[in-house]
Design a protein around this ligand. Structure first.
Ligand code: DC
Length: 215
């Protein structure tokens, strides 16, 4: 049985997009691309070179060097890299480099996979505007900050939840207010508020929707 591909999942930081994408990916045998990891990968290269992520030229050079297979998936998860990712993501040159990678992945999922799922901020609006399934996953800033704190405080017990909340709100603002491909639901996206939904219920809701669209 084949299901509609690609699946586009967008939403703000720590809304549960990644977890949902992985669960849907293993259910449908679709390959997942965490597009935030690409911006984080660029941000990490900029920080490692001790450059400024608000510098468009330095950020573009880093994006051109990005090797998707060499991203350090532990180092990119830090709060510092998250903020820097939102900074590099405002530059048109960076977005163009990453756009090609994402569209290629959406159209050519790796061998053995039956489709692709991309999660990010602008998948349904810009990267894959024709995606047959678009989800916009959200949750209150407080709940998202709490989830991020639970995730990050394992490695850094000194982290304060209030500081994370402040950072989440600042990042939402940056992502929603940037001029190019800002964070917003596509007109035809299905909204999924995970504030009061556990991941299992969010998964069930998404599954119901996707199977009603195709199969
Ligand atoms: O989802 P995340 O926290 O890993 O994303 C990090 C940053 O990358 C986010 O603040 C903005 C940027 N981003 C983007 O601009 N477009 C995407 N499709 C994905 C992420």
């Amino acid at each position: 049985m084949s299901y509609p591909s690609p699946i586009a999942i967008d939403g703000p930081a720590a809304a549960g997009k990644g977890t949902l994408a992985k669960k849907l990916g293993s259910h449908f045998n679709f390959a997942c691309l965490d597009t935030g990891a690409l911006y984080r990968g660029v941000a990490l290269l900029v920080l490692q070179a001790q450059d400024d992520p608000t510098d468009s030229q330095k950020s573009l050079e880093a994006a051109q060097k990005l090797d998707i297979d060499k991203i350090d998936h532990t180092a990119i998860r830090s709060a510092e890299v998250g903020q820097a990712a939102a900074d590099v993501a405002v530059h048109q040159g960076v977005r163009s480099c990453i756009l090609d990678l994402q569209r290629h992945f959406a159209a050519n999922p790796p061998a053995g996979k039956d489709g692709a799922i991309l999660d990010g901020r602008d998948i349904g609006t810009f990267v894959c505007p024709d995606a047959p399934v678009k989800l916009f996953v959200t949750a209150s800033a407080e709940i998202r900050a709490h989830r991020r704190w639970l995730e990050l405080s394992v490695n850094d017990p000194s982290l304060k939840e209030a500081d994370i909340l402040e950072a989440v709100i600042a990042r939402d603002k940056k992502d929603m207010e940037r001029a190019i491909a800002p964070l917003r639901p596509a007109k035809d996206a299905h909204l999924l508020d995970t504030s009061d939904l556990g991941i299992e219920n969010a998964f069930e809701a998404a599954l119901k929707l996707i199977t009603s669209i195709g199969g």
